[in-house]
Unconditional design. Structure first.
Length: 654
């Protein structure tokens, strides 16, 4: 009996031994195949590893993309990183700590998430000095989609600095193969690509070389500056939804190309805290806790494309994104500026709610008090149709529209001239930045002549500035004639400008100086002071036929005791002419879905129609200041140019 049992046991052990040697036992088959599969996965991941082109970052804390896709290991185990769970804080967390952390946790990096300044950039530079950028690859299939395999590349960025701001940022791109596994994918090559963008994705066929850039078999990815949404080329991108992002993504040239190292992720989410990629199971947030959409993002394994990569393509994929023209135009600039400015204000309100509320409340109170204090209609003793008379601030704002409406037929050629000039200047700049043969993956929109866009841009700006100055001069001549009870045509006004261009010269000199000063934060106060002195200088040149120096001196004399009123009113009038067109164009882009070119044209037309109105308003301010002073000006021949003789002074009214 014992011999029989021993014989049977020996037979069974013999069969198992042979089976182990020849690899027939199912339990021992998978490791050998897993090793082969891992090798094929790695080869596939290396073969198609993307080239990443970020916007060039030339100066610390300056324009461009300051971050590169990095390894998660850079931040794990550091004493300045804290994992904040609902029950306790863990300093210098490891992958095992993230694996065990519950869903309500946050990985807190050093820095102020809503007010980053240069903290994250400096920190990322220190911890990643000398390290190669990293991308995480993963090969995966999806049940119900037999014969198709997806190759994913996941990017982790230290900080997201766009219209939303949050620590940590996970982005990805995906290649689709008509194959059963990685080995088959190596034989057939990709069929399709999908680049994740915000809550959506853009698709391109691998064979579409006109859209998808490929370098030595590697797809090129262009992350948006700050948002890191993945795009197929360099441009500024328009978005107005969660899928496309709400705002303007910027991947424009020049760029810097990097080739990240590839780290191969497991197909399945790790189930052990000892796994090198145990952090994949982390269900918390990869960034500091922050309000609204500024909270840190969740990790790859929580995304739809992790578990259902092909369904994600079907549900979230779209054929293209909307690229703005290389020279965006009034409407596009208006939309990007409004969204960007509004986002910064919202972020500031989240970071410093009391300060923002105090400023907003003070502004409302001041505007309300000013509106109640001023007079909006003509008094019983005032002739509402008189042009050259004293006016309160409210009356100037109302009467500029009334006078412009009265002169609408004469002003129409002026507005048409401005419209044509704006359109031609825009198209001239667009023509100058057309792509040339020197284009590359880092300079997709490289011009055929690198100097031409600069020269064309400056020339177009100068010509447009001069045309605007001439149109302003014509409007002021019409206003002067109206004040004298006469009517002149735009043609007659143009002849006067050609015969005496002093008004246009004063306008160009003053406006150019103020524009340069207001373009700098530090010089803006100087610009504000000069605006208070020069705000009616070009009107003085037109109405009193003064020279350039005398016009500036006359403006300074008239505004001497009314600096606050003159400055505030001039700011309101000038910014209404400057900002209303872009605002209307940006609003059209947001709500209509019209083509960018059409919205730009409408915005240009609106601007051209509006410019004469504040010009008339500045003219009415000049009349008001002159009546208040009770003085007329003329050049004193004995004292020379720049010396004004003032007569008829009378006490100023309160």
């Amino acid at each position: 009996m014992d011999l029989t049992r021993r014989s049977r046991l020996a037979a069974v052990l013999g069969v198992w031994t042979v089976a182990l040697l020849v690899g027939l036992v199912p339990g021992q088959l998978s490791p050998a195949h897993a090793a082969d599969g891992d090798e094929a996965d790695r080869t596939l991941a290396e073969r198609y590893a993307p080239v990443v082109v970020v916007r060039q970052h030339a100066a610390p804390c300056g324009d461009g993309e300051p971050y590169l896709p990095s390894s998660v290991d850079r931040v794990l185990g550091r004493s300045d990183v804290v994992l904040r769970t609902p029950t306790r804080d863990i300093r210098a967390p490891r992958a095992a700590d993230l694996f065990a952390a519950p869903a309500g946790s946050n990985l807190d990096l050093p820095g102020q998430v809503l007010d980053p300044r240069c903290e994250y950039e400096s920190w990322a530079g220190r911890i990643g000095a000398g390290d190669q950028p990293t991308v995480y690859a993963r090969v995966v299939t999806e049940p119900g989609h037999e014969g198709v395999v997806a190759l994913q590349y996941w990017f982790w960025w230290v900080y997201n600095d766009w219209n939303d701001r949050h620590e940590g940022d996970w982005e990805m791109v995906q290649l689709v193969f008509d194959a059963d596994d990685a080995a088959g994918a190596l034989r057939v090559g990709p069929r399709q690509t999908a680049y994740a963008q915000h809550e959506g994705a853009e698709l391109a066929n691998w064979a579409d070389t006109g859209k998808l850039a490929v370098v030595d078999g590697h797809p090129v990815v262009y992350p948006g500056q700050g948002s890191h949404a993945a795009y197929y080329t360099q441009a500024v991108w328009f978005g107005r939804s969660a899928a496309t992002g709400f705002g303007c993504d910027d991947t424009s040239a020049p760029g810097t190309a990097v080739r990240p190292a590839v780290a191969l992720l497991p197909t399945a989410t790790p189930t052990s805290a000892g796994d090198p990629y145990a952090w994949l199971a982390y269900a918390g947030r990869w960034g500091q806790r922050a309000p609204t959409f500024n909270n840190g993002p969740t990790g790859p394994a929580t995304k739809q494309q992790w578990s259902a990569p092909l369904t994600w393509v079907e549900e979230k994929g779209r054929p293209g994104s909307v690229a703005l023209p290389l020279v965006p135009g009034i409407a596009a600039d208006g939309f990007c500026g409004m969204v960007g400015g509004g986002s910064k204000l919202f972020l500031e309100a989240l970071e410093r709610p009391l300060v923002v509320a105090a400023f907003a409340g003070a502004a409302v109170i001041l505007v309300g008090a000013a509106a109640r204090r001023t007079r909006w209609r003509a008094g019983d003793r005032e002739d509402p149709d008189a042009v050259d008379r004293e006016r309160h601030t409210g009356q100037i704002l109302v009467d500029q529209v009334r006078v412009a409406t009265r002169l609408r037929r004469q002003l129409l050629p002026v507005s048409l001239t401005l419209f044509v000039a704006v359109v031609l200047a825009t198209y001239a700049r667009q023509w100058a930045v057309r792509p040339g043969e020197d284009s590359s993956i880092t300079e997709v929109n490289g011009s055929a002549d690198s100097l031409l866009p600069v020269v064309a841009g400056v020339a177009a700006w100068l010509i447009l500035f001069v045309v605007q100055a001439c149109c302003v001069s014509v409007v002021l001549h019409m206003l002067d004639a109206t004040a004298q009870g006469r009517s002149v045509s735009a043609f007659e006004g143009a002849r006067r400008v050609a015969w005496r261009p002093t008004t246009a010269a004063v306008y160009v000199l003053g406006s150019a100086t103020l524009s340069l000063l207001f373009s700098s934060f530090w010089l803006a106060p100087v610009g504000l002071v000069l605006l208070s002195l020069w705000c009616v200088s070009f009107v003085a040149a037109s109405q009193e036929e003064l020279g350039v120096r005398d016009s500036f001196a006359r403006s300074q004399a008239l505004t001497r005791t009314r600096r606050l009123k003159s400055t505030l009113l001039a700011l309101v009038l000038l910014y209404s002419a400057t900002l209303c067109g872009p605002f209307v164009g940006g609003l059209l882009l947001l709500v209509t879905g019209w083509p960018v070119a059409l919205c730009n044209a409408v915005a240009a037309a609106f601007t051209a129609l509006l410019v004469p109105v504040p010009t008339i308003g500045i003219g009415l301010l000049f009349y008001d200041l002159r009546h208040e002073s009770g003085a007329t000006a003329s050049v004193d021949p004995q004292r020379g140019a720049g010396r004004i003789r003032v007569s008829g002074m009378r006490p100023r009214r309160a």
